[in-house]
Design a protein around this ligand. Structure first.
Ligand code: PEP
Ligand code: MN
Length: 337
């Protein structure tokens, strides 16, 4: 952070300000010019609020030269982080495909879908047990029973499972059965949930809120990491824009941007971005082409009768075709699926 003082700022004022800044455990390096003094702050400046600094009458400008996220920052960790979800690596040369229904509906449904998506090359099973729905009258998920059914599917197929947690009170239950916590778009800034998840040592798939900037997204990852859990996977799932044709707008530029800003793996959810099944395949292809480390795709045995998100769910046939297409894209950029 660089603080440019106003012309003629009295020495005593500069010293007072420097002393105050040092309370934040940063080193203040003054550069004293003929008319203007500049203070170069070295160290962790994340606790220093730019707007508060501007309240000082003698401060002319404040420039942040470092992002407020530290642990998630590529500068702090130049190599890509690889997160291991129950034996499956996310973040390496192999693109991880997570697939399954929006909601777990029954044992037969989740077990059949698990086998089918695994046959097509998915390596991680997704499925919601607690469903945060826009309407309180919509299906809310099978909750604890849903977790048990996911666990059955895991025992049958050996696939690790990722499922959404909405309440810190459920952590114990999840720790026993689940391989990766999913934090949904609606909870991306549920800071108490993030902090509690940060105290565990299980991987976390953190989804971007539909109205959040990339910096806010990375600050949410930082909340988890600051508590000690560094196994965070970022998931772009579409943001809300003025366009209503699609459910959300897939921010494909988030992929290269996040890869540049952070060392964490980046996964794309084309299903919630599109909102409609036929657009999932091209969005999945574009995500792989843009450098995503993985995909999370909704697949259903009978989309027309799904209890949630049927319209955007792929049938088995369509999923198989999509896998073929993304395999070709991956090969073209020197990756595999
Ligand atoms: C989901 O994955 O089913 C889901 C609810 O996703 P999001 O939080 O991105 O809306
Ligand atoms: Mn869904």
């Amino acid at each position: 952070m660089i603080v440019v003082m106003k012309k003629g700022a009295p020495k005593q004022e500069i010293e007072l300000l420097s002393g105050w800044l040092e309370h934040f455990n940063v080193t203040v390096n003054p550069i004293i010019g003929a008319e203007t003094t500049i203070l170069g702050l070295v160290g962790d400046t994340s606790a220093i609020d730019k707007d508060t600094l501007m309240l000082n009458h003698w401060v002319d400008r404040v420039m942040k030269v470092q992002e407020p996220f530290k642990r998630a920052n590529r500068a702090m960790h130049p190599d890509d982080t690889i997160v291991n979800i129950g034996g499956v690596e996310v973040g390496g040369n192999k693109i991880a495909v997570m697939a399954g229904p929006c909601s777990v509906e029954s044992e037969a449904q989740i077990c059949e879908i698990a086998e089918e998506v695994q046959r097509q090359g998915a390596t991680i099973l997704r499925g919601g047990a607690w469903k945060p729905r826009s309407s309180p009258y919509s299906f809310q998920g099978l909750k604890a029973e849903g977790l048990d059914l996911l666990y059955e599917a895991k025992k049958n197929t050996g696939m690790p499972i990722v499922t959404e947690i909405t309440n810190p009170a459920h952590i114990e239950l999840f720790l026993d059965k689940v391989d990766c916590f999913q934090i949904g778009a609606r909870n991306m800034q549920n800071f108490e949930l993030l902090k509690e998840i940060g105290k565990t040592d299980k991987p976390v798939l953190l989804k971007r809120g539909f109205a959040n900037t990339l910096e806010e997204f990375l600050m949410s990852a930082e909340y988890i990491m600051a508590e000690g859990n560094e196994q965070v996977i970022l998931c772009e799932r579409g943001i809300r824009t003025y366009e209503t044709y699609t459910r959300n707008t897939l921010d494909i530029s988030a992929v290269p941007a996040l890869k540049r800003l952070s060392h964490l793996p980046v996964v794309v959810d084309p299903s919630h971005a599109a909102g409609i099944y036929w657009m999932v395949e091209p969005l999945a292809m574009s995500a792989v082409a843009a450098g995503a480390d993985g995909l999370i795709i909704e697949v259903h045995n009978d989309p027309a009768h799904a209890l949630s998100d049927g319209a955007q769910s792929l049938t088995y046939t369509h999923f198989a075709r999509t896998m073929g297409k993304i395999r070709s894209i991956a090969a073209a950029i020197g990756k595999e699926i």
